[in-house]
Design a protein around this ligand. Structure first.
Ligand code: MN
Ligand code: MN
Length: 470
């Protein structure tokens, strides 16, 4: 038996070379990057405060884009490399493009995020009076945990189309000194029976009714004096009547602004970070695109939280129409453009939470401060409903991130069969566009107060930039 020679390389070297060990991002960024990250996150928090609904997000995005030189694209207009254009779809989704030197026949680089978030929508016939209180009935939008929406301050945001066709914006709770609305929770003293129910059924969605007033109309008698008072106030302020609720989109959204979280201020807390955190990253990355290379497109979609259906969702032809309008300027077939394109479906993922560690596969979960999380697939019950990105596509995005110095790690939503979720990825992939999911890990996703890490937000922005430079 021969004596074993001393290995030429140490085991530490071998491990570093062979293992996929991800480190805390703070061990890998310098002070300059940290300063840029803080700057970026201040802008992001402002964006969150301005964009509580998809309509507000569109308006905010268009305002920011115009300041960067973007102009509204009109079908038939000519485009030159370096042109920056946008198209708003019915005020609820928006697509932006920076035209490249490379012809559209060679494909485009797309980042796709969504700007709708879970909330409580007002029903078409919402207002009633009970127990000397005026209430508004709601129908929840997206996957909420109903108990989380009780006893928190809420604002009412949206738009009403009046009988005569005119439109009025409603924003209750935005101005300093504005009142908030609330759905009070049941007091624990009387919740003995309710507390025995499973969490998912303890709050009846038909009981998610907003308290909007308690004052009777002066001098009025009989029933509905308080309802009358509320309608009178609404008529005075917005010129609307009860029938106008039918042609309205009003949403109750959390009233508090985005803020720093943690003694070290390393996290951001706020409503609607799924998926405005990726929408903001994609947008800011598009603003950095220089003339040259491929055409870069950022699409910010509505209706992702309820399945991407409908005219403003990612399944809508509105996207195909916009890209084919761009293609028409170069005489390129849409199908040729699509088959050479690449899409990063930018949506949030579930961040490992030690309070609920049992639902995560700890070897495949995303962890805070490790940068952007790349999801090869989402879906549930054996990848059902997923766009399962190919090894080749994963290889491309991984290399692009590495070359750009983007901190990234793998992110699977949770343990197999404990649940799941989807993104717009499959709708992009169904268009014959190579697509992969990546985004910011979120704590308490879909809660009225979601939490992200500043480092992950910034790395996701750098990731979007890398996609536009691929
Ligand atoms: Mn999402
Ligand atoms: Mn979501």
């Amino acid at each position: 038996m021969s004596v074993q020679k001393k290995p030429e390389r140490s085991w530490e070297e071998r491990k570093a070379a062979l293992f996929n060990e991800k480190k805390n991002g703070y061990d890998q960024i310098d002070d300059q990057t940290k300063a840029r990250m803080e700057d970026y996150c201040e802008g992001y928090k402002r964006f969150l405060d301005m964009a509580k609904t998809e309509r507000e997000a569109v308006e905010t995005v268009v305002g920011l884009a115009k300041a960067q030189g973007f102009v509204s694209f009109e079908r038939g207009s000519k485009l030159q490399p370096g042109d920056k254009v946008y198209h708003v779809n019915r005020g609820k989704s928006v697509m932006l493009a920076v035209i490249g030197e490379t012809p559209l026949s060679e494909g485009i680089q797309i980042t796709a995020a969504h700007i709708d978030s879970p909330r409580l929508d007002i029903k078409p016939n919402p207002l009633y009076e009970d127990g000397e209180i005026a209430l508004m009935k709601t129908h929840y939008y997206g996957g909420i945990r109903k108990y989380q929406w009780l006893s928190i301050p809420l604002k009412l945001h949206g738009v009403v189309i009046r009988r005569d066709g005119t439109s009025v914006r409603v924003c209750i709770g935005d101005e300093p000194g504005d009142p908030y609305l609330v759905i009070p929770d049941l007091l624990p003293h009387l919740a003995v029976e309710q507390s025995k129910k499973p969490l998912g059924t303890a709050v009846d969605p038909e009981n998610l009714n907003l308290f909007v007033g308690t004052c009777p109309f002066p001098g009025a008698e009989g029933a509905d004096r308080i309802k009358l008072m509320v309608l009178d106030l609404l008529e005075q302020k917005y010129g609307i009547t009860e029938a106008d609720f039918l042609s309205a989109e009003l949403s109750a959204v959390p009233a508090y602004p985005a803020c720093d979280v943690g003694l070290d201020r390393s996290m951001i807390g706020g409503y609607g970070q799924d998926d405005r955190v990726c929408a903001y990253a994609a947008l800011q990355a598009l603003f950095q695109v220089e003339k040259g290379g491929r055409t870069c497109v950022c699409v910010l979609a509505d209706k992702e939280e309820i399945g991407s259906d409908g005219v403003s969702g990612m399944q809508s032809w509105a996207f195909d129409t916009f890209i084919s309008d761009l293609c028409d300027t170069q005489g390129v077939a849409l199908k040729t453009c699509y088959e050479h394109s690449f899409c990063l479906s930018a949506d949030v993922t579930a961040c490992f939470d030690p309070n609920f560690s049992e639902v995560y596969d700890k070897y495949n979960a995303s962890y805070i401060n490790r940068g952007v999380g790349i999801c090869k697939y989402t879906g549930s019950r054996g990848k059902s409903g997923a766009s399962d990105a190919s090894a080749e596509v994963m290889g491309r995005v991984r290399r692009a991130f590495d070359e750009a110095g983007v901190l990234w790690h793998v992110a699977e939503m949770g343990k197999t069969d404990v649940g799941g979720g989807g993104t717009v990825a499959l709708y992009m992939a169904n268009r014959n566009i190579d697509t992969v999911d990546a985004g910011v890990p979120v704590l308490g996703m879909h809660a009225p107060f979601e939490v992200t890490s500043k480092l992950d937000c910034y790395m996701t922005y750098l990731g979007m930039r890398a996609v536009f430079e691929m």
